[in-house]
Design a binder for this molecule. Structure first.
Ligand code: HEC
Ligand code: HEC
Length: 239
């Protein structure tokens, strides 16, 4: 891992050098600047969905910006990313978010976990109907009817690996340093899920092929927008 991190620093140093040295011929474009990112977030997603690294291309810009800020400011933890983003300004993070949000890349094939009929039923009930007793709205009410997200700040749930989804839900549920230190609408929902429910939902989501695009903010009810106002109003996707 250390060798990996050193490599990344080397990559950044080369790009940073463009300003100071006339002998370096790397052009200072966004494509060059984000090379350090695509080592892990594969430009082509060639690693497939088995890899833990989440896909970031094509996600809503406001959502990506929120996450970059969370890593930079230590609200979300994955050491190589915390280090990489440490000194970047909000404006710079916003342009990186814009770059990845507008990238259109093919998606890898879905995973194929075997599921029992009762597991499928359980997952689909949470995803499309929610659970009123637990105060969990349908996942689709916030993540879009097609589960491809709602602009500007709610990500899609399709196209992610089971391992990644389970880790995120686990982070929120256990309040871990990955993601769950601050309570928000998503952490409140994740905390209502049992281990079995979270894993079953993750398997179901990872089995679905990607189809369609994120919906506009009008697809979100005012009540749910209010429930998630931390995520939605903080940047509003309008900067
Ligand atoms: C060493 C590998 C590595 C590098 C380099 C890296 N990332 Fe990440 N990134 C990850 C991992 C792993 C996660 C998931 C961490 C977690 O579990 O929360 C992640 C998460 C993210 C997320 C959140 C995705 C989501 O759906 O919530 C964004 C956005 C992101 N990275 C952007 C970037 C950008 C931009 C760069 C370059 C400046 C970068 N990453 C460099 C490995 C990497
Ligand atoms: C009240 C609205 C709401 C509901 C309902 C909801 N979510 Fe979310 N979800 C969000 C928001 C907002 C985010 C972005 C959180 C952030 O910015 O850190 C999110 C993020 C996520 C992520 C992270 C995706 C990534 O790329 O890292 C996962 C996984 C997730 N939700 C799963 C679910 C599941 C499963 C359900 C149903 C059981 C669900 N959500 C229901 C609002 C909601």
């Amino acid at each position: 891992m250390m060798r990996f991190i050193v490599l990344i620093f080397f990559g950044i140093a080369c790009v940073a050098n463009v300003h100071g040295s006339s002998s370096v011929i790397v052009p200072d474009t966004m494509d060059e600047r984000v090379k350090a990112c695509t080592i892990c977030h594969g430009a082509e997603d060639e690693a497939g969905r088995d890899a833990y690294y989440p896909r970031i291309a094509g996600k809503p810009q406001g959502y990506l910006f929120n996450q970059l800020r969370n890593f930079r400011d230590g609200r979300r933890y994955y050491q190589p990313m915390n280090i990489l983003l440490e000194n970047m300004s909000d404006d710079y993070l916003q342009s990186i978010a814009h770059h990845f949000a507008s990238l259109q890349l093919p998606y890898p094939a879905p995973e194929s976990f075997v599921m029992q009929p009762e597991e499928i039923e359980l997952a689909e009930r949470f995803i499309y109907s929610g659970n009123a007793q637990k105060d969990v709205p349908a996942c689709s009410a916030c993540h879009g009817d097609n589960l491809m997200g709602i602009e500007p700040a709610i990500p899609g749930l399709i196209g992610l690996s089971r391992a990644y989804i389970t880790a995120q839900l686990g982070g929120w549920r256990k309040g871990s340093i990955i993601r769950g230190q601050a309570s928000d609408c998503m952490s409140e929902i994740a905390r209502q899920l049992t281990d079995h429910e979270a894993d079953t939902i993750a398997k179901w989501l990872a089995n679905q092929p990607v189809a369609g695009e994120a919906s506009p903010l009008t697809a979100l009810s005012p009540e749910l927008a209010q429930r998630c106002h931390h995520h939605i109003q903080e940047n509003g996707g309008v900067r």
